[in-house]
Each structure stands twice: as C-alpha cells, then as structure tokens.
Ligand binder design. Structure first.
Ligand SMILES: *[C@@H]1O[C@H](CO)[C@@H](O)[C@H](O)[C@H]1NC(C)=O
Ligand SMILES: *[C@@H]1O[C@H](CO)[C@@H](O)[C@H](O)[C@H]1NC(C)=O
Ligand SMILES: *[C@@H]1O[C@H](CO)[C@@H](O)[C@H](O)[C@H]1NC(C)=O
Ligand SMILES: *[C@@H]1O[C@H](CO)[C@@H](O)[C@H](O)[C@H]1NC(C)=O
Ligand SMILES: *[C@@H]1O[C@H](CO)[C@@H](O)[C@H](O)[C@H]1NC(C)=O
Ligand SMILES: *[C@@H]1O[C@H](CO)[C@@H](O)[C@H](O)[C@H]1NC(C)=O
Ligand SMILES: *[C@@H]1O[C@H](CO)[C@@H](O)[C@H](O)[C@H]1NC(C)=O
Ligand SMILES: *[C@@H]1O[C@H](CO)[C@@H](O)[C@H](O)[C@H]1NC(C)=O
Ligand SMILES: *[C@@H]1O[C@H](CO)[C@@H](O)[C@H](O)[C@H]1NC(C)=O
Length: 844
C-alpha cells in the first residue's frame, strides 16, 4: 500500500507544472530511496490537531502537514481532532502549548516561549509540535516540513523563539492594481480602485509567508490612497484579513496622512485638531470592527511630497502619536517611516546631505513617541543602494523602538531582470557594530530591542510580488524572500546555509544544482556592485527616471541628494565633520572617528565618506579610477558566467523554470556589459585618465553601427550619450519604417566567433530585427523585452533599453557580409549600437 501511494504522489507532482507558484513549498518526493526508507520508518501514523476550527492556524498546520507528508514521502496520514489521553508514540501532535498541556498534562514549559515561538520534538515514530500561540504551532509545522522536504528525518528537540516581534512585509501596491517598484505583473490585492474579488493568490502568498514566519502584511503602498479607508474598501480589506488569518498573518495598513481631508471632508488634517483626532479614532474603530486583529498602521509622512504633521508645523512625533493613540485600545502598533528628507535640496551647498536627514528629523524626538510606535528605518541613510553604511539613526534614538526596512524587490539592484542574492548585504548591515558608548551595538541587537531595551522592534521587508506565477519575476529572486523571513526570525543564520536549504526545497537534491545555484547566487552581489557602482559611490543608475540602467550624471545637480560630486578631477561625497557634511559625526564616536579618517574608512565606502581625486590610491594600491575600470570589467565578466553555469543544469531542472531563469541570466550578462561600458565611458571622458589596460573606449572586436552602410537608418545620440558605444547609435528614420545596415567583414580573420548585436529595446513598440550572414539568416529577434521580462524599462535610447544578444560559434570568412534588416514598430525604431565579432572565450 505504501508503494502504491508513493506512485500516486509521484504522479501528482509530475503532472503539476513547475511554474514557480509553489515557491519553496513544493513538497517534492524524496528522490533517494534510502532516505525515503528512513523517512517512512520515522513517520507517525496519524496527525492529531488540537484545534478543529477551520480558521485556526493549528487547523491549517494539520492540513499542511498532511499535504506535505503526502508529497514528500507519499504517505496519506489522517488528521484526527480527537485527542487521546496520552502523547501517543505513533502520532504527530500539533497545537498550542496551552491546548497541549490541557490534553496531555503539563509537559511543555511555557515560560521558555516568546510570543510566536514553538517547540519541535521529533522522535522515532512521534512528532510533537507545540506553539506558544496558534501561529507558533503553524511555524513549528513548517519547520518540520522543511526538514523532511530536505530529507532530514533526524530526531530533534528544538525550541525556537523569534529574535524580534515585528516581522512584517510591506507592499507598494496601488488601488488601481499597479505596483510601485513591482516587477512581476499586477497586484494580487487590488484592481480598479478596489480589493480584488478573487483572493486566491493572496491565500497562496500567505502560505509562503507563514512558512518563513512572517506575521503581518501591509498590502497597500506607503504612498497611500485615502480611498483605501472608504466603506467598500474596508470591507475588502476585511476579506484580505479573513484570508490571512488561518495562516497566522495579520493585516496592517498604510495610511494617507491627509485622509481626514481627502476622504473625511474636513478642512484640515492637523494631528492636534480635535476633529482630526476623532475622525481617526472613528475610522480606526470602523476598521477594527471588520478586522479585530488588525496589526496596525504604516505611515510615510512628509516624505517625497506626502502630507504629514510638518504641514501644520507639528512634529513627526505628534503625527505618529495621533495613530498610536487611535490603535492603542486595540493593541495595535504604528510603524512610522524615518524616510523623511528634502528632495529639493540645493546641490550647490557643499554641506547639504540627504544622508543626514533621518537623524536631523528624528533625534530630537527620541523619548517623545508613545510606546506602541516603532520607527521604521531603511538599512542605509539614502535608499536601498548597492552599498551603504548602516543608517546612523539606529544608534541615535535609544529610547525609541526601531525596525529595519530591507528591500526584497530589487529597486536599485536590477529589478529582478538582474539577479542579486541580497542576504549577504543584509548580513553586513545587521552585523554592523555602532560601538555606542564603546559597547557592542550590533544593528540586529538594536532592532531586536536588546541593545537599548526597547519594548518593540524588528523587520519590515518591501516585497512587491505580483500576479506572475514566479511571484517576483525571477525564480532565483525567491531566495531573497525566503532568506528575509528566516533572518527576521534569526539574524545569526548564515546567508549560505539559508540559500542551500532554499535550493534543496526549490530545485531538489542534485549536487550540481546545489553547487551551481550557490556559486551563482553568492557571486551576484559582488558582481552587481562591481558593474553598477563601487567604492560606496552608490548604484550609478538613472535616479530621475526608472532606477534600472546606468546614468551616473543623473545623480548630481538636482535636489534628490543621491550625489556623487563627480568633477573632472575628483569624486565622492565629503561627509567628514572636518570639511564636509558632518555625516560621519552622526555615528557614535569610535565609528565616527573611523569614517572621518580616510585611512580608516574601508575602501568599499571611501567615496561615500570622502571626496578624493581619481588618482587617490586605495588600500588595495589601485587608484580610484583604475579600480572603477577594473571592477566594471570584472563584474561584467562574472555575469557572463551565470548563463553558462546555469546552462549546464539543463535536464536537471524542469523545463519552464529552467528556460525562464536562463533567459534572465542571459539578459543580465548582456546588460552587465551595457553597465560596464556606460560607466567606464562616462568616467573616462570626464577624468581623461586612460585605463592602464587599454580596454576603456577601445573595442577591437566591435563594428560600430554608424560605420555600416545604412539605408533607412540615421545616426542618433543615446541619452545619456555614454550608453552608446563610441557615443553614437543608429535608428530608423525612413518613412516606411524599414532600415538596412550592411558591412563587409574585410578586417576579420577567418574563424569561429561569437557574434553579439547591441540594440535598444524600448517600450511602446516591438520592432523586428533580422540578421544575415551572406544573405543566410543568422538571427531574428523582436524588441519585446517588455513582454519577456514583464517589465517596462524606458521609452528612450538609453542605458535602460540598451541590451545585447549573442549568437555563439559562428563560422566567419574574411570578406563575409553581415546585414541587419530592421522594421520599426510604434516608437521603437529598431535602433542598433554595434555588432561585435568576438573570438570565443573573449568578451568585448
Ligand atoms: C481554536 O482556534 C480558534 C480560532 O483561531 C481559537 O479562537 C480558539 O481559541 C482555539 N482553541 C484552542 C483550544 O486553542
Ligand atoms: C483514515 O480515515 C479513513 C476515513 O475516516 C478510514 O477509513 C481509515 O481507516 C483511516 N486510516 C487510518 C490509517 O487510520
Ligand atoms: C471607495 O473607493 C473606490 C475607489 O477606490 C470606489 O470604487 C468605491 O465606490 C468607493 N466606495 C465608497 C463607499 O465610496
Ligand atoms: C513653527 O514652529 C516654530 C517653533 O515652534 C515657530 O518658530 C514657527 O514660527 C512656526 N511656523 C509656522 C509657520 O507656524
Ligand atoms: C527595560 O525596560 C523595562 C520596561 O520596559 C524595565 O522594566 C527594565 O528595568 C529595563 N531594563 C533595563 C536593563 O534597563
Ligand atoms: C510571467 O512573466 C513572464 C515573463 O517573465 C511571462 O512570459 C509570463 O507570461 C508571465 N506569466 C504570468 C502568469 O503572468
Ligand atoms: C573642502 O571643502 C571644499 C568645499 O567647501 C572643497 O572644495 C574641498 O575640495 C574640500 N577639501 C578637501 C581636502 O576635501
Ligand atoms: C565628455 O566630457 C566633456 C566634459 O569634460 C563633456 O563636455 C562632453 O559632453 C563629454 N562627452 C561625452 C561624449 O560624454
Ligand atoms: C568613433 O566616432 C568617431 C567620430 O565621433 C570616429 O571618428 C571614429 O572612427 C569612431 N570609432 C570607431 C571605432 O568607430
């Protein structure tokens, strides 16, 4: 019977398509019969659920255990809601500590539990899962399932408590269904101004989140719409909360500070005005009536044009406390974002610094926030850059509870069209030691509330999943979400171990798969930093448009404050106290002294804190400019290995996920070259200092499109210019929308080459390209990355739309002819930058 069930389970798994929807919760059968045998031997024969209410997370846990065990070992266990008098040896019991002790006599020491904690006890043939609360029981069930799904049936006695009480996810979903900084389709929560009628995807998402111990979701954008709080939407939010509740997840809400005016019809939203206070308390009562377990509110105020208390000359604490008082009777909390800064700062003032803003706005308010307010602080002082020092605010408001805001959606990290495994970055921040009062003051201890004895604290992760079955757009990016939850529970876990577990759960046990995913993932952050922006200069992206491709000039000379202060001779923000913005001085004195001094500032933050000549020598011995050149070449080179390594896993991974990942890693490899060349061109032209290795601006294997014989095509400048090779591209201007570019390869030595075509894929059109070698078709492609990457980059010829495709191993004879025929579509002009005829193994 066991065998036949196993076959059934196998069939069930193989017919269901692997489209990413199940994430890491696939419960795939154990591939190894020896392990399977151990699993079957250690398995209990029945699941006992200590709660039969369908809305209880304990009930959910029992159902999940049933499904998981069936998937992993092929055993269909019954769930019983009848408890027996003793803790039976052949049962898997799941419930709260209180229910367990009631039924089995006091056996579990409740005093050892923190809220949401759990005990997992696995003995041969019996499993006991006891939660401090119902949610904790569900966490214990997922912990057990994660173990068996990874083939781990070992006996264990694990008491697990969270490091911090707040483990939230934030979403930047708009009521119209769009998602700010979302890269995987439309909202799973909203559409057409309302909560969606069908919340199936929300339930599937809640399951994923519960398995990584997330306890609250804020579905709506921090740039909040006041209509979120109207009667229709409160009912809709109630439906979301109903879907989340069986998964132990509470609903939180982003608020628009001006709602009393925008929605309530008052003529003010002054937080000290009695009418405003009562409007909020009535609205809060209405919300709690529908959602009695509402977790609380998230507030972005006086930031990037949002309304807030400063509008009425009240303090940010007045604003936060307004909501804190409203939710206090219900046990709710307020997450108040510290992301407050002037985005019209004067660039000409040397001492202006956006990185100073959070401390300037908040440190004098320390002690003025009510106990149920938590200040939510981005990990760095600017905004989710590829590298920032830990935000100094963490060490400036000891009397205030704090949460760290991390970003799973890759706003400044390639927007899931590039893959970056982010946990190593998070770990650097969480392990950062402020040395406040010369005592160990790790960020993770501060946000857990330990360092300064705060009653609350924890983690907020900006996720922005969408309707795409991959959730985040890139299957590999799901490791970031997985790791976020695990680190919020236990920040001492290693980014490498978490990744290995995720890979086993997501792609199976094959050692090549494990090694490859690990190698690629761990190489991504260093590579991305190398090809996007290094030495602490930030992600050198286009900050005035989409934050995706290169545009270093956009950083400076505007009010946004993501400045690099690059001149012809110097680069970097002077954040010293001595001669700069004083930002270094916002850190406790030991750290301040280290950052103040260029000798003791680590190379990877040198340009964050210091304004230096391009010829400044780093501790590595390289000059700043040469480090730039080398890093951009190294990073782009590393990115080339990703699709090659992945390609070797063909047939070891199901087709859909394999192909989708391959497509994106290939895209990333091409776009990494765009980054490399754009940034290097820019600084080469600005500094006039040549690359010691002669690579920058010198591309021996490229034929610039402008040197082709052109019909229907004209020369154009990209914007910014450095995003075209040799500063020029070509685009179709002929009235019939057709163009031809032809070149004879008279300078090529006959042989085998990789042929790369650099072009621009803008949104608003799907131009067609056909490339021929001596009139024989070589490659056809369409400018449709907006469909394939599900992500709108740009409607211009720039660093976002620049991309490249490669045909490998093409036999070319001297004198052969390459022809590219372009057909314009909409605003997409089939623009071309160059063709590179590259000897295999080289990169140009
Ligand atoms: C069972 O679950 C329901 C819903 O979560 C809860 O209200 C009730 O207290 C639980 N019962 C026990 C015995 O834990
Ligand atoms: C499981 O439940 C079914 C129906 O209630 C029952 O027929 C069957 O015997 C049970 N199996 C075991 C192993 O207890
Ligand atoms: C609430 O706002 C939505 C638009 O976001 C609208 O469709 C709906 O009719 C409004 N409901 C009420 C009661 O005003
Ligand atoms: C705001 O408050 C400050 C200090 O209380 C005061 O000096 C200033 O005049 C006020 N500004 C306005 C516009 O009320
Ligand atoms: C921590 O704060 C609590 C009140 O929240 C207080 O009772 C306790 O004494 C404090 N501990 C320390 C070490 O300051
Ligand atoms: C998901 O996105 C991919 C592009 O990455 C697209 O091909 C696919 O159709 C999308 N699927 C869904 C269900 O949205
Ligand atoms: C000091 O600051 C000035 C601007 O006030 C700047 O021009 C100069 O380069 C800085 N000096 C050093 C040594 O960094
Ligand atoms: C090169 O830099 C100079 C200033 O140094 C600037 O005027 C020019 O536009 C730049 N050219 C390109 C192609 O970037
Ligand atoms: C780059 O462009 C310049 C004109 O701006 C031209 O003289 C030069 O030949 C071009 N270089 C290559 C390699 O095409």
């Amino acid at each position: 019977m066991r065998a036949s069930l196993r076959i059934l389970a196998l069939c069930a798994v193989f017919v269901s398509a692997e489209d990413g929807l199940a994430g890491w919760l696939r419960y795939a059968p154990i591939p190894d019969d020896t392990i399977l045998q151990q699993g079957l031997e250690s398995l209990p024969s029945v699941i006992v659920s200590l709660n039969s209410s369908r809305v209880s997370p304990v009930y959910t846990a029992a159902k999940e255990l049933q499904a998981g065990i069936l998937g992993v070992v092929g055993e269909n266990l019954n769930v019983s809601y009848e408890t027996t008098a003793s803790e039976q040896s052949s049962s898997l019991i799941v419930g709260t500590a209180a229910a367990f002790n009631d039924n089995y006599g006091t056996q579990v020491d409740v005093s050892k539990f923190a809220p949401d904690g759990f005990l997992l006890r696995v003995k041969k043939g019996s499993v006991t899962i006891v939660g401090q609360n119902e949610r904790g029981a569900l966490y214990g069930a997922f912990e057990y399932l994660s173990r068996i799904a990874r083939g781990d049936f070992a006996e264990v006695e694990l008491l697990s408590n969270p490091d911090a009480p707040i483990r939230w996810v934030n979403h930047w979903d708009n009521l119209d269904g769009s998602i700010e900084r979302g890269y995987a389709g439309l909202s799973i929560f909203f559409g057409n101004g309302l909560v969606l009628p069908d919340l199936t995807r929300v339930a599937q998402y809640a399951r994923l989140l519960a398995s990584i111990k997330i306890n609250a979701i804020v579905p709506n954008n921090v740039n909040a719409n006041a209509n979120t709080l109207n009667a229709t939407n409160i009912e809709g939010l109630g439906r979301i909360a109903d879907v989340l509740r069986p998964w132990g997840i509470q609903l939180g809400l982003s608020l628009n500070f001006a709602s009393p005016q925008l929605l309530g019809g008052l003529n003010t939203f002054d937080p000290l005005e009695p009418a405003v206070i009562s409007w909020w308390s009535e609205k809060t009562a209405e919300l709690y009536k529908r959602v009695p377990d509402l977790a609380g509110f998230l507030v972005k105020a006086n930031s990037e044009g949002q309304p807030g208390p400063l509008t009425y000359n009240r303090t940010l604490a007045d604003g936060a406390n307004l909501f804190a008082k409203a939710v206090q009777p219900y046990g709710g909390i307020v997450l108040f974002r510290a992301f407050v800064y002037n985005h019209h700062a004067d660039w000409n003032v040397w001492t202006n610094d956006r990185a100073n803003a959070a401390v300037e706005f908040f440190n004098h308010l320390d002690g003025k926030f009510l106990d149920n307010v938590v200040v939510q602080i981005k990990y760095g002082a600017i905004d989710f850059q590829v590298r920032e020092p830990a935000n100094p605010l963490f060490a400036n408001i000891p009397e205030t509870s704090k949460a760290i805001e991390l970003q799973i959606t890759q706003e400044y990290l390639g927007q899931q069209s590039h893959f970056v495994y982010i946990p190593p970055l998070w770990k650097e921040i969480l392990d950062f030691d402020f040395r406040d009062e010369s005592k160990t003051s790790l960020v993770r201890d501060i946000v857990a509330g330990r360092r300064y004895n705060n009653s609350l604290g924890g983690y907020a992760g900006v996720v922005n999943v969408g309707t795409n079955t991959s959730w985040l757009g890139h299957h590999l990016a799901m490791s970031n979400l997985y790791a976020y939850g695990l680190l919020a529970w236990d920040p001492t876990l290693s980014a490498e171990d978490i990744l290995d577990d995720w890979t086993r759960l997501t792609f199976g046990f094959d050692p090549d798969v494990l090694k490859t995913v690990s190698d690629i993932s761990l190489a991504t952050w260093p590579a991305y930093e190398d090809y996007s922006g290094n030495l602490g200069i930030q992600t050198l992206t286009d900050i005035l448009y989409t934050h995706f491709g290169p545009n270093p000039a956009s950083q400076d000379n505007n009010g946004w404050g993501q400045w690099t202060r690059a001149t012809q001779t110097h680069i970097g923000m002077d954040r010293t106290v001595r001669n700069g913005t004083g930002n270094a001085g916002q850190y406790p004195h030991e750290v301040a002294a280290a950052f103040e001094n260029i000798e003791t500032t680590p190379d990877n933050l040198i340009l964050w804190f210091h304004h230096v000549p391009y010829t400044h020598r780093l501790k590595s011995g390289k000059t700043v400019i040469q480090h730039f050149y080398d890093a951009h070449y190294d990073g782009a080179q590393t990115a080339q290995t990703f699709p090659v390594r992945w390609e070797a896993l063909r047939n070891k991974i199901d087709v859909q996920r394999f192909e989708e990942v391959l497509f994106r890693l290939t895209y990333q490899a091409g776009h990494a070259i765009v980054w490399r060349d754009s940034i290097n061109n820019f600084y080469h032209n600005l500094s006039r200092i040549d690359d010691e290795h002669g690579r920058v601006g010198n591309h021996p294997h490229r034929i610039e499109a402008e040197r082709f014989n052109l019909k229907g095509y004209s020369l154009v400048k990209a914007d910014p210019v450095e995003t075209a090779s040799n500063f020029t591209a070509v685009a179709i201007t002929a009235a019939d929308g057709r163009g031809e570019a032809v070149i004879k390869l008279d300078d090529v030595v006959s042989g085998t080459y990789d042929v790369a075509f650099a072009y621009y894929d803008v949104i608003g059109g799907r131009a067609r390209y056909s490339a021929f070698l001596n009139e024989q078709p070589l490659l056809e492609w369409i400018g449709n990355l907006e469909d394939k990457l599900g992500h709108a980059f740009s409607n211009k010829i720039d660093g976002h739309s620049a991309t490249r495709v490669t045909v490998k191993k093409v036999e070319i004879q001297k004198g052969d002819e390459i022809k590219i025929v372009g057909v314009k579509d909409g605003v997409e002009t089939a623009a071309l930058d160059y063709v590179a005829i590259v000897p295999p193994g080289e990169l140009d």
